[in-house]
Design a protein around this ligand. Structure first.
Ligand code: NAD
Length: 291
């Protein structure tokens, strides 16, 4: 969290709450020798994950469709990791296959897939167009399917290389608290994330015997361009805090650190499950006074 954001939180929150102190965790190279692909990594959560993986020693492909990936590439490689950007639309089969083919040529394999690319096209339900529905399902769900399928092919072909990791590969799907919390006005988004949950669990069940792990991170409200309105004004921030027992907005780095751990052998026995990283949003704080 930046200095100005810390001051903003101090100004808007009630006096009796403690100041926000962000974790200061030095990078440890627990992913050395692993090759990672992060989709939608030119901004927000994907960018923070790409940087965190690079700092943890992984070589990283920064996928992007739009925006400038250069800062993500530069920061992900500043500790000595190899890293390059690759432009591809994850909802297009041919572009995904080309992206994987290039990665296998350049890095010889893939150990970690972070299925992060996502978007919102919000509308009242009866006004939602088929185009808005298809755009969100196409990226958030079909895009994750297309990338996971290519990753699994390579994980199975290569198998376990114990010098690199005790599993043959890891897929981390970036889902949302809206895989369990319904979201009026965002039916396409909630349907896509609900779909990711059972897609992830079904993949996990099918590939676990091959020592391949598949799981989801489900963020709550994270400070990224997707939800800029949430902290634009003190009023908006106070409204948001009613939904967050931990009383701070999430930072992209909160997700980056968790992704490093989940992708590492420290989390080798974790598969087919959701990790909610949401400051307690899924504790349903609306019920904290008894409902
Ligand atoms: P963001 O807009 O910064 O990141 C999304 C990225 O996906 C962008 O870089 C965008 O260019 C990319 N993208 C979109 N369509 C693409 C496509 N077809 N191919 C390749 N890349 C594409 O927002 P974010 O908040 O960092 O979102 C990242 C992920 O986190 C999304 O899946 C989102 O649903 C999820 N998420 C975010 C929050 C939050 O509060 N920010 C909460 C829950 C879940």
């Amino acid at each position: 969290m930046t200095q100005s954001m810390t001051q903003f939180v101090r100004d808007v929150q009630p006096d009796q709450l403690p100041d926000v102190v962000m974790p200061a965790c030095p990078a440890v190279k627990i992913l050395k020798g692993q090759k990672a692909l992060v989709t939608g990594a030119s901004s927000g959560i994907g960018k923070a994950i790409a940087i965190a993986l690079g700092e943890a020693g992984a070589d990283v492909v920064v996928n992007y469709r739009s925006g400038d990936p250069s800062e993500a590439v530069e920061k992900a490689s500043h500790c000595g990791s190899r890293c390059y950007a690759h432009q591809a639309d994850v909802s297009r089969e041919e572009e995904v296959q080309k992206m994987f083919a290039k990665m296998l040529r350049d890095f010889s394999t893939i150990d970690i897939l972070i299925n992060n690319a996502g978007l919102q096209k919000d509308a009242k339900f009866e006004e939602m167009t088929l185009e808005q529905w298809n755009a969100v399902i196409g990226v958030n769900l079909t895009g994750q399917f297309l990338c996971a399928r290519e990753a699994v092919k390579e994980f199975k072909r290569r198998g376990v290389n114990p010098k690199v990791s005790c599993s043959a590969g890891k897929i981390i799907c970036i889902s949302s608290v809206h895989d369990v919390i319904p979201w009026a006005g965002h039916v396409n988004y909630a349907a896509s994330k609900g779909g990711v949950m059972l897609m992830m669990k079904s993949i996990a069940q099918e590939v676990a015997p091959f020592r391949i792990r598949c799981l989801s991170i489900c963020p709550g409200a994270i400070r990224t361009p997707i939800n800029i309105d949430a902290w634009k004004t003190p009023e908006a921030y106070r409204e948001l805090m009613k939904l967050i027992p931990y009383k701070r907005i999430g930072e992209p780095e909160d997700i980056g650190q968790a992704a490093v751990w989940l992708a590492s052998d420290y989390a080798d026995y974790i598969t087919g499950t959701n990790l909610y990283i949401d400051g307690g949003m899924t504790l349903y704080p609306g019920f904290e006074a008894g409902g």
